[in-house]
Structure formats: structure tokens, C-alpha cells
Write a protein that binds this ligand. Sequence first.
Ligand code: MSP
Length: 715
Amino acid sequence: MPCYACRSPRGRRVFCMPQRFYVTTPIYYVNDKPHIGHAYCTILADVAVRAHRLLGDETYFLTGTDEHGQKVQEAAAKRGIDPQAHCDELHAAFKSLWPQLLCAPDQFIRTTEPRHKAVVQRALARLYERGLVVPREFEGWYCVPDERFWTEKELAGGNCPTCGRQVVRLKEKNWFFLMGQFQQPLREAIQSGAIAIHPASRANEVLGFLDKPLQDLCISRPKSRLSWGIELPFDPDYVTYVWFDALLNYATAVGFLDADPPTDGAQWPEPRLAGDGNFDGWWPHVAHFLGKDILTTHAVYWPTMLMGLAQAFDRPIDAWLPRRFVATGWFLVDNTKMSKSLGNVVSPLGLAERMGPEVLRWFVLREMVVGLDANFSEEAVLRRNNVELANDLGNLVQRTVALVEKWFGGRVPPPSGSEPTTPAQKAVREVAELLLRPATAADVADPVWTGDRLAPATVTIRSFRLHRLAADGLALVGRLNELIQHDAPFRTVRDNPAAAAQTLYCALEGLRIAATLLQPILPASAPEILRRIGAGETLIALPDLRWGQLAPDSPVAGGAPLFAKYEPAVAPALATQVQPPASATPPVAESLAPPPEVLVKVEAVRPDVSIDQFGALDVRVGTVTLAEPVPKSSKLLRLLVDLGEAAPRQILSGIAESFGAGELVGQQVLVLANLAPRKMMGLQSHGMVLVSEDALGRRVLVQPARPVNPGAGVR
Ligand code: MSP
């Protein structure tokens, strides 16, 4: 059946039809406690799952722990305990963390579970029988921490090319999976989109890797060197390479090669193939979320393993391709790599306990463009909490509900008509309807979403640009705040209650849509907002969500502020150690006044200039037609600004920390148009956008009070 909106046939890219969505996170090593990097990946996957459910999809969410291999064996040895006892203890730190961050996986898998061992052994036995796993005498450079062999050519300055540490020369017999023979089919699968890698730049990285001959993969480790692993079914002197074991978890979890456990001493029963469990139902819908550092293992080893297995089990080699990968960037802390030795490892639990899990969820979704690196700083967490959650969203709910309680008996006031009557109402309505509109064929043709217009939420979600969900929801909240400010219902209500009713209905209705869109990120507060504004707690799925569904006369409910504000001086230390200090200062109670520690920077008075000197500056009004992040830069946005010239100008602006790219499109800005062109991050910038700074240090656009023609001069 074709998608009803974009007419795309099912089986190709279908944006609008409900689908299945099987999402996985990497399984985390149990050699250490969880940190914010782990939390980011799981939170992102959780947001994706909830967002897909909002689209009406049937979802399944898997996470777990990676418990074999050298790292874990060493961690256990350091503690002087048995590896299994170590795993039993440490896996719990991960398992119990997720509910505390409001992440709700459907399954938590451990690679030491007997059912997983059985799958790994069955897979290996079949590959061996069919000649796809063979023994070889091998000599190479071995990186102990990464547990990987490298060829001479692959070394970087004589060291491991991934971690930079020293390698040792090792010669031994090992077992190899004939990965090299799947190089061409893998390349074709990526090029044709049968395997999609997001963001697209990462797909190019993998294709670049595949330009070099693909080596066969060493999938064993001699027990003499490493005993903590799954024994090879055909050679008891060896255990399985940890990545071969770990990657299979994604398939084990949904019933791949399922079989009843063998009774003592019995032969392995012939595995039941896909179709007997629910593997066939979920596998075509899999999306693997992972960090950029483990892209090769996922996008090269894993698909080729599945091609080999399909071949060994007499299926077409593309029968079990992993369909989608979403490679995320890394969190730095205060612009430095997190490390225990620097003592800057951020505990997600510490943060969630002090400020609430939703602050963490909101922060990571706002701060990190999916696929790019981002920076964690205490100051940025506080700013996003105080400004975006507490002020922009929380206060808006509070004020709107309070007005309805005071002037309309606590019931949703009826709008005087179905059409907006003021420009501010029109602006709210426009943004809401843009976000809710179904995907069009053009959207489907441009799934990467170049960002020159507000994306419909369906496209945002299906193209994994989940940071946009936060930014676009916040853009709607911004329009709602402008609505209250411009239409001023608290003033008009005395003389024109019908006008105030119309404004407040629009505010409540806009809030209902914003809360629904933000529910995947704020799964506790969003239903509470819906309850307070009289919309009930039940979510309406996106395909059915329309403007005007809020029933007039429904009771609203006031309550305590939704989000606490924190003052920098007394805010709890967030970026400390994994183990938070026991005597941390508790958060101060919320305060609606701006934080007292506000520093307004007053620029020093500069020497006088003549009017001619001022006239030499060509300042003009422009309209932003495109805004997007600059890869590898946390500060810069790339803008296209229409200055009334033949083509919009490219301007790089250091405002990424203060604006989501989605907020800027359509805005008018002042541009210093004759600033000498400058190259930043490899891109030319032809001008400068003029900004000021608010009391919290956020950049604020300097704009004309009314729209003017692009290119209009400033005197
Ligand atoms: N066990 C393997 C994954 C096997 S999946 C079949 C592993 N585990 S890990 O615990 O080391 O890392 C898990 C994930 O955390 C990876 O995706 C990694 O990119 C991510 N992160 C680790 N540090 C990170 C940051 N500082 N920031 C964001 N994510 C980072 O690799």
C-alpha cells in the first residue's frame, strides 16, 4: 500500500505509514561505570523509540552489556575476582541506570547468557562447516587494549591506528572469517541504500575504508592468552573474538538461530532458522545506534558476518543485512576528552539525581546535533535548563494556566473563530501546522533535510535528526511566548474578553502540540503539561494530531513550577567524578526571577569615530534562508542570507550555542556586508551577522522592528 501522503510505495522509503522500528544501542563494556557518553546513546535511542511510537509505529528497544574479552578479564583480575562475578555486579550499574534516566528498553541482553553463547556457537559451527571460517598461521602487530591485529601498513607511526598505543608483534595460529570475499557486495549494499548509514558523511567514511582491500577477520583468541570468552565449537583451545560475539547480540535478542538448549552431553540440535522466533518480523526494521568510534566494526564486520551466515544457511546473501546505522558523535567535557586521569568523567546518574533526568535528556538532545561532537559543560546545562526548560516552556505553561484560572473559571476558553486573528496567532498556527504536516514527495526525495525550512516532525523522526525535534518544539514554544507578549491577554481581558479568549485558546492549543512533539524527550513533563492545559494525558499520535482538537471548557489545572531553576553559584557540581560526592549541595528551590548572579557585560567606551568612518560600514538587513551546523564545530552555524543580491550569501556565524539551526530560517538579521571574506573550518564567510548578548550570555539577534526588504541599508 503506498504512503497516503507521499505516495511512496511500501518497501521503499515510507515516511507516513506506520511501520515497525527495532532500535539497538551498543552493548556497553562492563569494565567501568556508565558515563555521559553511554547515557547519550541510550537516551537518543529511547527518544527515537518514543518518537516512532508517536508516529504510530510498533517498536522494540534493545540494550545490554558486552561481558567478554580482554578488557573485562583485566578489570576482573585487577579486582581479584572471577570475571563472571565481576560481570554480575557491574552489569547491574547499567541495567538499573536506564529507568532512572527514563529510558525504557524492552530487553536488556548480556553476552554471558547461555542463549547468546548458543547462538554464537551455532553461527560459528555453520560458518566452519561451510568453509567460511578457516585456520591460518598469522603474524602481525597486536594492540592489547583494542584486542586487534594490524598489518604493518595499517599502523600509524608504528602504533595502533585507532587508539595510538604501542603494539606488540605476535605470531600464532588463529581462525579467520573470510570477510574479504564480501567486500564488493557490502560496497554495493551501502551505495544502493540497502544499508543506510546516517549521517551521510559517515557512509562516505565507510566507503572510503572499502576502497582498500578488505582483509579477512581474525575471529579467535588462543585461550593461553585470553580465556574469558565463548569457546569455539570446533577448537576447544580458542575463544571467540569479542566483537564477533558482541555484534551477534542484536540478532540473539530477537530469536536468531533459536533452539532449545542441549541436554547434557547431547549434540546441538539443528537451529531453528529465522521465522520460528520473531527475528523475521523485527530484523528488516533494525536501526543500530552507535558511536562514531565503533562504526567500522558495525558497518563492515557486522554486515559481512550476516552475509556469510546467510550464505552458510543457504539464504540469499542479502537476506539479513542490517538496514540502518546511526553513528553519533562524542561528548567532550569542557572541550577535553573525558578521562579518569583528568577526573572529568561525568556521571549521568549524578546529574539526573541532582537536576532530574529530563534536564539531562533535554540537554543532550539540544546540545548535540546527531552525528557531530558536542561539549558538556556545567554552565551549558544550567543555561539550557534555566532558559529553555524553566523559562521558555515551564513559565509559559504556568502563566497561561494562571490566566485561564483567573479570568475564565479554570476552563479552556472557547476561541471566537477557527482562524487566527492577530499576526502572533498566525505565526503560532503556521509553525504548528508546518511541524504537523504529512511528508510530501519532495520531503521523501530529500530525506537528509538540508534545513532551509521547518521540517515536518515525521521527516525529522524518520531521518533520525532527533535534535531537530527538540529545536522545532522549542521554536513553537518561542512563538507561543511571543503570542502572550504581543497579544497581551492579561491586558485585553478587561475590555475585550473574547480577544483574550482567542489568544489563550491559541496558546493552550499550541502548547498541546508542542508538548506532544516534545514527549519523546520529556516523557514525564509532557503528559503533565497536557493534563494542566486540559488536554488529558493521552497522547494523540502524530498522524491524527491536528490544530483545533483541544475541547473548549475542559478544566485546566495549576501546579508547582514544572522545572526548577538553578543559580550557578549554588548549582550542584555536575562534571565531577563518576562517583558523586555524598555531601553535594542540594539544588535551590526554583525562583521565577532571573538568577541573581547575572553579569551584564558593559563594553568599554571606544574612541569617537566620524560619520564617514561609520558610513564605511555597509550594514544591511538580510533574511536567513538556510541555517545548518558546521561539521566539527560546536560554535559555528552556516547561514545563507538573502541580502537582495543575485544569490544568498554564505555567512558563518558563531551563534550555534545560542540558536538551534531551525530557529533562524525566515528571521531577519543585520549583516555587516562589507567585512572582508574570511575562511573558517574550510568554508568562506562573506559578512557578519550582528548580535547582542542577553543577561545569561545567550546571543540575541539584532533585528528590524518590522519586516523590511532584504538588502535595505542601516543608517
Ligand atoms: N562494547 C562495545 C560495543 C559493542 S556493540 C556490539 C563498546 N562499548 S563501550 O562501552 O566502550 O562504548 C559504548 C558506546 O559509548 C560507544 O558507542 C561509544 O562511542 C560511546 N561512547 C563512549 N564515550 C563517549 C563519549 N564521550 N561521548 C559519546 N559517546 C561515547 O564500544
